[in-house]
Design a binder for this molecule. Sequence first.
Ligand code: SAM
Ligand code: SF4
Ligand code: SF4
Length: 269
Amino acid sequence: MNDLTFNGHIDFRSQQYENQKDSFGMRTMEINPTELCNRTCSFCPRGDWYPNKNVHLNTENARLIKRRLDEFDYQGIVILSGKGEPMLNPNINEIVSILSDRWLELITNGDRILKKPSLLDNLFENGLSRIIIDEYDNLENYNKKIEILGDRNGAIKNHFSKHHNYNNRSGSFETIEGSLNRKCYLPFYKGYIDLTMDMRFCCNDWKYKESLGNIKDSTIEELWMSSKMNSYRKDLSVGNRCNIISCKKCDADGMLLGEDSFNTLMEVI
Ligand SMILES: C[S@@+](CC[C@H](N)C(=O)[O-])C[C@H]1O[C@@H](n2cnc3c(N)ncnc32)[C@H](O)[C@@H]1O
Ligand code: SF4
Ligand code: SF4
């Protein structure tokens, strides 16, 4: 799949989600590889207030993540994306190699790859399973990226002429007045590990960065199934976003994926 519209992306993720085994509902684990970005996109908190910092995930912590995922017997997919531009992490190839024994994807704005296409080969040689390259600017770059990607496993996401379902990242942009009275499945199927090794409550929580605890001190199972996380889940299961600071002003759809995980976890929490 080379060309990716928003609907194409959701269709792909739905199929991928349905074919995944889960560990306590979790089918996706996102990892933040860097706090540095070379862009300030208008639809991203980085276009407004989010700080740009030259700090990166190191290989020692990537090994810790791998150990914790192994111990969790994690069967789902791992995504290197986060809150910056993953290709700016100087250790990205080694990190890919460390995490490559399960399905591993990377999401990038593709700026570095456009300048140096051989970077793509390095990622796949180190064990990357699939790449998503975003194109934010124009058709010319989009076509170049399609050509560079060739028949490798990945897709180019067209953002310049097609609709993508942006959300306000836990109220980073005050686009809604009150709280939405709507369920959200994100914390039922998706985990998030930050640079600090804190496991975050939600990948969309750019504003409050609510921590469940740190994987240096606790296992993924302990944090994912903690009473704090389960109490948030109970609120989200009945649409009570207003009870959770990170969700109060969040306008994310939240029900596009994850229903099976929701049903699994609601039976045990
Ligand atoms: C935050 S970026 C990090 C990776 C890389 N910097 C990039 O832009 O591809 C991860 C993904 O989030 C998407 N994204 C950016 N702002 C968003 C928003 N407000 N809501 C939902 N997704 C967003 C991007 O298009 C990208 O596919
Ligand atoms: S969307 Fe990606 S490229 Fe754009 S500012 Fe955010 S992190 Fe950077
Ligand atoms: S409402 Fe928003 S911040 Fe809260 S769990 Fe859902 S996506 Fe995350």
